[in-house]
Design a protein around this ligand. Structure first.
Ligand code: 6R9
Length: 634
């Protein structure tokens, strides 16, 4: 949701931590910790000591080939070893690692030891399928324990995982698998959603026909609906058949600190989604440290991140961060309001969730039902709340603070990105909070708001949000596109500065107020989608000649799609065509592409070089001044 920061900068409310929060805090002095984090090498080197290394790094940071930074040079480490194996020899062995719950009330608990055994079995099975270090393995799975097992099994043997979000459809699926040149696909029969079962296998069957690199499809029986397995023997195999009889021990592959860990596709402002590549050690250090700091994680916590594993939020803070800290992580499969709008609060009460991390769009959705449901259930186990995905508007912040947190829980508004891998701007529980501000950069992170010359802008003035020093869990490149990595992120400002693509302001206290994207990336219900992707989906429909797409603000989703289409002669935008077009876009991109409005036009504003001026469409749509249109063709 785009923030009106002029109004927000006048925000006078400041929420100071209570005595109890101060007492429980791992870090009690926020400013002092930020000071400590200014020596980034020293700070992050210390944080790296929490892990078991096969070989300690020789150097913390190598800046010799900017922006291709290297962290923990020549260190040898393994993710799965540190997230799972390490706990087996401690009293966490029988602690629940994963608590899976679904909207039907079914639950499944996996202790660290059970997780260890299953990861090893699946890792051995993957090896038998010919998967080697560096090979790509894709998943198209619902939120389930097998997804977590798969990803950990990949990291155990050094395979690079590439998760395709189960809400994406055929078009997006094919593109991602082919770009990753994945060898193996793990999918499931279906997923539970709002009382229905969504058939994932059908999507995967259709998509896989266009994915020549896939050698084997592994199918998880998750919902139990009948499915058809392929006739081609050997190509499709059930997960349970595959791991049957596999040994429950598997040696962890010694990975170089910089070896790739995973690929995750995300939308940019131009072209197709790009594969964001994360590497091993830095990502581990960054995610574990920021989670521990921002949410004050300690033994006994029940951590619940409501984000899907298909997005970076799920990778960093549902799976890896929590397990690296030896926490219990809750995996929920279902919608927040099914079977009723008390679904989440019921889970908080039943299991005693202590830390809840969610999205502003979900909060705004649940706010509509008032405070009835948050009153029915006892939410007193909650200690810290957090949000991610888009700016949180002060109304949603206050609702969460008062009705869910009962004015006892700090709200950790975390600004970060797929590319950053970890939280970048966020408070600690002891930070004085202002509703709607993510406060300041975390210790060890150097963020700023600058003009096009890279100079810090004065308080209250808008500018580009940048990161001035490298951070350990930074992405290392865009898969197979180093040029785009450099051009898109590191070239806008002189010197080697990372531009995030967001506009922000700082107030007189140095607090950041993020305004939204400065490029053609939409955030629909917190999900990132590029206008160009949506436009290509439109023009791949026979009746459409040309399309331009902008974001339209929406009270719940933050933004939805408004499309302007030029139709072929003889076509008119009537109900049937609108329906067909909506269906087509959904088929190509999945339900994340929420259409707000489609409008038929005769022409689109373009530059002389033929680039669509979405800025002009946006301004006209909002009834604002269109600004400088000297480059407009006509
Ligand atoms: C983690 C994630 C990144 C973009 C980012 C920004 C927006 C995320 C935010 C936020 C304001 C926050 N964003 N968190 N804006 N306040 N707390 O969402 O990654 O999907 O890559 O999106 O999301 O615009 O640039 P990703």
């Amino acid at each position: 949701m785009k923030q009106d920061t002029d109004v927000l900068l006048d925000e006078k409310r400041v929420f100071k931590p209570s005595e109890e929060i101060l007492k429980l805090a791992n870090i009690k002095d926020w400013e002092a910790e930020i000071e400590k984090g200014k020596d980034i090498e020293k700070y992050w080197a210390e944080k790296a000591e929490q892990f078991v290394w096969f070989k300690k790094p020789e150097k913390t940071l190598d800046e010799s080939n900017k922006p291709f930074y290297k962290w923990f040079v020549n260190g040898k480490i393994n993710m799965a070893y540190n997230a799972v194996d390490r706990w087996i020899d401690t009293d966490k062995r029988n602690q629940v690692a994963i608590l899976y719950v679904n909207e039907r009330g079914h639950e499944k608990k996996m202790t660290y030891y059970e997780l260890y055994r299953e990861v090893n079995k699946f890792a051995n099975a993957l090896k038998n399928l010919g998967v080697k270090k560096g090979d790509r393995v894709s998943t198209y799975l619902p939120m389930c324990t097998e997804l977590i097992v798969t990803l950990l099994a990949c990291t155990k043997i050094g395979a690079v995982h590439s998760v395709v979000y189960s809400g994406l459809s055929v078009g997006a699926f094919v593109e991602r698998i082919n770009d990753a040149e994945a060898k193996i696909l793990i999918t499931a029969d279906g997923t539970f959603r709002r009382g229905k079962i969504i058939d994932l296998k059908k999507v995967s069957d259709e998509a896989i026909l266009q994915c020549p690199t896939i050698e084997t499809v592994v199918v998880v029986k998750h919902t139990g609906i009948p499915i058809e397995m392929s006739e081609l023997s050997g190509r499709e195999i059930f997960y349970e058949t595959l791991i049957e009889g596999e040994p429950a021990e598997c040696e962890a592959e010694e990975m170089d600190a910089e070896d790739p860990l995973f690929l995750l596709f995300t939308s940019g402002s131009t072209g197709k989604p790009k594969g964001v590549l994360h590497s091993t050690a830095g990502y581990m250090v960054g995610t574990a440290t920021t989670l521990k700091n921002a949410f004050n994680i300690h033994d006994g916590d029940l951590w619940w991140c409501t984000g899907d594993i298909g997005w970076i939020t799920g990778h960093s803070y549902l799976l890896y961060g929590p397990l690296l800290l030896g926490t219990t992580t809750l995996v929920y499969e279902g919608a927040p309001d099914y079977p009723d709008p008390g679904a989440w609060w019921k889970i908080v009460e039943k299991y005693g969730v202590t830390k809840l991390y969610t999205a502003p769009t979900a909060i705004r959705h649940l706010m509509r039902f008032g405070n009835k449901y948050t009153k029915i259930y006892n939410l007193s186990s909650l200690k810290v709340l957090g949000t991610v995905g888009e700016p949180i508007n002060p109304e949603a912040w206050m609702w969460l603070y008062e009705n869910v947190g009962k004015e006892n829980c700090p709200i950790i508004d975390t600004w970060w990105q797929t590319e950053t891998g970890m939280f970048m701007i966020a408070p600690l529980p002891v930070t004085p909070l202002k509703p709607g501000s993510a406060t300041k950069a975390l210790p060890g992170v150097d963020a700023d708001v600058v003009d096009e010359n890279g100079n810090s802008v004065p308080p209250g003035k808008g500018g580009m949000l940048v990161i001035k020093k490298p951070w350990p869990s930074m992405f290392r490149t865009l898969y197979k596109d180093e040029k785009k990595y450099v051009d898109n992120y590191w070239k806008d400002i002189p010197g080697c500065v990372y531009t995030a693509g967001d506009i922000a302001r700082k107030d007189k206290d140095g607090y950041f107020w993020i305004q939204g994207r400065s490029d053609d990336v939409l955030k629909i219900a917190g999900h990132r989608i590029g206008t160009s992707e949506v436009e290509s989906a439109f023009v791949s429909y026979p009746a459409v000649v040309e399309a331009a797409v902008i974001g339209k603000s929406d009270p719940i989703k933050g933004e939805v799609i408004k499309a302007f289409v030029i139709l072929k002669e003889g076509y008119e935008l009537k109900t049937k065509l609108i329906e067909d077009l909506s269906k087509h876009v959904r088929y190509e991109l999945g339900p994340v592409a929420v259409l707000g409005q489609i409008k038929q036009v005769d022409s689109l504003p373009k530059t002389r070089s033929g680039k669509i001026l979405r800025r002009v469409l946006r301004a006209r749509d909002r009834g604002e001044d269109v600004g400088d249109i000297s480059t407009l063709e006509e």
